[in-house]
Structure formats: C-alpha cells, structure tokens
Design a protein around this ligand. Structure first.
Ligand code: HEM
Length: 496
C-alpha cells in the first residue's frame, strides 16, 4: 500500500552500515537473541537489516497470528528458486496447486481420520522397543530409523527392510538437504538475489553446484519411492496408506494422470514433513526424562496403575486414562519446540502493522520458542513441568480425576505454525509422540550414564541450529524396569 511507504520499519537493534545485523545474529540459539532484542526494544515486532533485505521477527502470539495467519506466503529461497523443489507443499505460494494438495492432507489427517493410521503407529512403537532392548546404546539411530519406517508405511504402505532400507536412506538424505537448504539466512543468495545469476564456474558459486546436486536427490526421492510403492501395490504387497486411500478417491472421469501427479507430490511432502520433526520430538522426550527423573517416575506410576505391568499401552481408552503422558508430550513440544523459529514466510505485498511498514519481500519469522517461553503465560518457562497442562476434576462420586487442559494456554498449537499454513500433520505428530512415550516408559527406565569415576554423567541440553532443531548427540542408559518387561516386549511384536 502506497500510504504505508512513509511509515517507519518496526524497531531495530543497532546494526552496521550496509551489513546491518547479519554479523550479529548468532549461529546458534538465534531465537534467544531475537527474544532478548525484543525485550530490550520493548516490542514484540522487530525488524533486522540483512544486507539490505528486511527480516521481521514476531515475538508474541498476537503478532504471529495477525501477520502469519492470513497475510504471507512461505519463503525458502534456496528450495523454491534455486533447487526448483516446487513439489514440496511448504514452498508453494497460496494458489490453486497448494489448495488441492492441502485439501488432500486435511481430509486424511484431521482429528478423526488420523485414527486410521494408529495401527501403523502402535506397530512401530513396539518395533522401537525391540531395538531398544537389544542395543539400547544406539537409541538415537533406532528412533531415527523406526520413525522413518513408520512414516514410510503411513505414507506409501511399504514395509521398510530391517536395516539399510534404500527408501529410508534416500528420504533421510533428501530431508537433510531440505533442512539445510531451509536454514533461514544460511545462504547469501537469500539476501542478495542477484547472486542467482552468477555463472556456475565463478569462485563463490559453490552453492549453485550444491543446489543442483540437492535437486537431484530430492527429485529422486519423489520419483523412486513412489515407483516402489506402485510396484508393491501392483504385487498386492502394499498396506493401506495415505497414497492408497488417495488413489482410491481419484475421480476416474477426470484427468487421472494429473491427479496421480498431485498424489505423488503430496505423499512425498508428507514423508518429508513427518519424519525428522517427530524424531526431534522423541530425542527431546528422552532428554527430558533424563533430566527430570521425578517426572519419569510419576509417568511410570500412572502407567502401572492403568496397565498393571501386564500389557503395553495402546490407543483408545488408554489415551484418556494416561493424561500425564499426554501432558509430557505437550510439554516436550513447548519446552524445546522442534522448529523454534517456525518456517520463514515471505511478505508478498506491502503491508502495515501497528503503524509500522512491512515491505513486500520481507521475510517474517514467528519466534515460537519465545512465545512458548513467555513467563506471563507459562510460569517458570525453562523448567520441564507437564503438570502445567493438567486440570483436576471431581466426578459425581467425589473422586478426583486429572485431565489435560490445553485450552488454558491460548494457543498450545503455536508449535505447529499459524493460520492456513498450520502443520497438517499435527494430530498425527501428537499421537505418534504419545504412543512412543507411553510404550517406552511402560517398560524401560531412562537413566544417566555412569562415568568411569562411578558418578552419573550429566547430559548437556544442547541443540543444533536448523529449521528442524535436534539435540546434539547425548548418551543415556535404557533398561527394562521390571523382570517381566522383556517377555512383554518380545511378545508385543506379534500384536500388529
Ligand atoms: C513434532 C512434530 C511436528 C512439528 C513440530 C511440525 C511443525 C510444522 C510447522 C511449524 C510447519 C510450518 C507451518 C507454517 O508454514 O507456518 C509445518 C508444516 C508442515 N508439516 Fe509439520 N510438524 C510436525 C510433524 C508433522 C507430521 C507428522 C507431518 C505429516 C505426517 C507433517 C507435515 C507437514 C506438512 C505437509 C507441512 C507443510 C504445510 C503447508 O505448507 O501448507 N508435520 N509443520
């Protein structure tokens, strides 16, 4: 809007001429720095100058909802413009292509339909137990591999090989590429778009060659996994999956080739969106159990009361009977959000907000970490306290019962983004974390490693910095917590 052009940009910390703030944004825990700047400047909307490009950081739920819910498109320049990875939903603008794909995901992963994927989730939660029993020291690899296998099964209906499955490796590689390409501000070209046009051979154009290589990997993932799933379907080996349900719903009176292309791209997006995010959540869960043994003990007491150590938890009644486990999952997502800065969004037209200018072309982030660590909403925000999500109810007989009260915090879903772009896999994400946390704690103790000096080794609460953040490698001991646990685990593999 022309009128907005004379308005000032949102407040900004002191920066250098031309370079702006690019050197002041730390390479790690940027979200903490942004939050600190917001507090210093006394505002929940700050602007940064990155070599002349404007980055807007939103530090409150209100600002994130106002600016992200309706007014922006995603912005992952490296993926969208350089790798031409335009099948990935996340990089599509708000247009017809996005709407068709989004509708497909919404119809399968709403609160109710997500339930038909629960057998996949229970099965792989049990598979994870077997692996943790056999080689507990490899828990990080097991979580990663089994989560990949589960999403492969949910998306394509294919069973992964027990180890080194080529599809999982390919997707791992592709997701790694997407994650690296999507690190906001990692590549100068994001702020200096003219660099797109420098020839490949020029010194400093290494990222261009890398983008080509990365495109090959992501395209290969898109095509190869789908081909394998179609072959399995033709041979009658495939299980019901997102892909098979979508193929069944195809309108045969319309262009089926076009519809199949949409299914192929949406299934690949689903796989890419679901794997690494859930892995990060599960790593944080393990870290929280190590650092808060009293929380672990309370969860196990709840599990023992409901299951009597005679069976593993499952969906259905157990979900209502085990509110503390659900509270742990919500707290894991709040305590260390998987995407602390959400997904970067691009402002597509000049805008104004609270008397400030938000120029077209700006990149906007919601500081999800800061929103979920707001001391005015979450008391003692740095502490891991599942209790904050619980509410005591007294039934007609005067018995006390704990229930999960998500509504007490204005938007517990902030961790999944805002408005029309909100994560379509959020119900699946929460149920996957719930079943994994419940099954692990029902049979295992997660404890600190003991060093050579006989003392417990304190784990470090350290995270890498990327679009999807993971804890840095840490160690722990995972051991069955009662004599019958091993039999229970071994027998459970036949349940699904
Ligand atoms: C703990 C787990 C997860 C977290 C924290 C998470 C978080 C997010 C966030 C922050 C976004 C971006 C929203 C925005 O643009 O503002 C997103 C998008 C997306 N997520 Fe998730 N997610 C998780 C799990 C999943 C799962 C399990 C799936 C699929 C099964 C999934 C599929 C997607 C897809 C397809 C998008 C792109 C949506 C679009 O651009 O329209 N996510 N997620």
């Amino acid at each position: 809007r022309k009128r907005g052009s004379s308005l000032p940009l949102p407040p900004s910390p002191k920066g250098l001429p031309f370079l702006g703030h690019i050197l002041e944004v730390p390479k790690e825990y940027e979200w903490k720095k942004y939050s600190e700047w917001s507090k210093q400047l006394g505002t929940d909307v700050i602007s940064l100058n990155m070599l002349g490009s404007t980055v807007i950081v939103l530090d409150s739920l209100k600002a994130a909802e106002d600016l992200l819910a309706k007014r922006s498109s995603p912005s992952i320049v490296m993926l969208r413009d350089l790798m031409k990875c335009d099948w990935l939903l996340t990089v599509l603008p708000y247009d017809e292509r996005w709407k068709v794909r989004r509708k497909m995901l919404r119809s399968e992963f709403n609160h109710v339909e997500t339930m038909r994927y629960q057998p996949h989730e229970s099965r792989y939660a049990r598979e994870l137990l077997q692996r943790l029993l056999d080689t507990p020291d490899q828990f990080m690899e097991h979580i990663k591999y089994v989560t990949g296998a589960k999403i492969l099964s949910i998306s394509y209906g294919i069973d992964a090989k027990p180890t080194n499955d080529p599809n999982i490796s390919l997707v791992d590689e592709a997701v790694d590429v997407i994650n690296r390409a999507a690190i906001p501000g990692e590549y100068l070209v994001e702020f200096l778009p003219f660099l797109q046009w420098v020839p490949d051979w020029m010194p400093g154009a290494g990222w261009k060659r890398m983008a080509k290589e990365w495109k090959k990997i992501t395209d290969e993932m898109l095509e190869k996994t789908y081909m394998r799933a179609r072959e399995s379907t033709a041979q009658g080996d495939a299980k019901p999956s997102f892909m098979s349900y979508c193929l069944e719903k195809m309108d045969l009176a319309k262009n089926t080739e076009e519809q199949e292309q949409v299914i192929k791209e949406t299934t690949a997006t689903l796989y890419a969106g679901g794997a690494d995010t859930t892995v990060s959540g599960l790593y944080t869960f393990c870290l929280a159990m190590l650092l808060y043994p009293e929380t672990q003990a309370r969860a196990q007491a709840e599990l023992d009361e409901v299951l009597g150590r005679s069976r593993l938890p499952d969906f259905g009644n157990d979900e209502y009977e085990l509110p503390y486990i659900k509270a742990i999952v919500l707290e894991v997502l709040r305590w260390m959000p998987v995407t602390p800065l959400g997904v970067p969004h691009l402002v597509t037209q000049d805008d104004e907000y609270r008397g400030y200018r938000i120029p077209a072309g700006s990149i906007v982030f919601a500081n999800t970490w800061s929103i979920l660590h707001d001391a005015a909403v979450f008391t003692d925000p740095e502490a891991f306290k599942p209790e904050r999500w619980l509410h005591k109810e007294i039934d007609a007989n005067g018995n006390a019962k704990w229930t999960v009260d998500e509504g007490q915090f204005k938007d517990p879903d902030a961790v999944f983004g805002f408005g029309r772009r909100i994560c379509p896999g959020r119900h699946l994400a929460v149920s996957s974390l719930w079943i994994a946390a419940a099954t692990i704690l029902s049979v295992f103790n997660i404890t600190k490693e003991v060093g050579n000096d006989g003392n417990e080794v304190e784990p470090r609460m350290e995270y890498n910095s990327a679009l999807i953040c993971h804890p840095k490698e840490f160690k722990c001991l995972i051991k069955p917590r009662f004599p019958e646990a091993e039999d229970l685990i071994r027998a459970s593999i036949h349940e699904y």
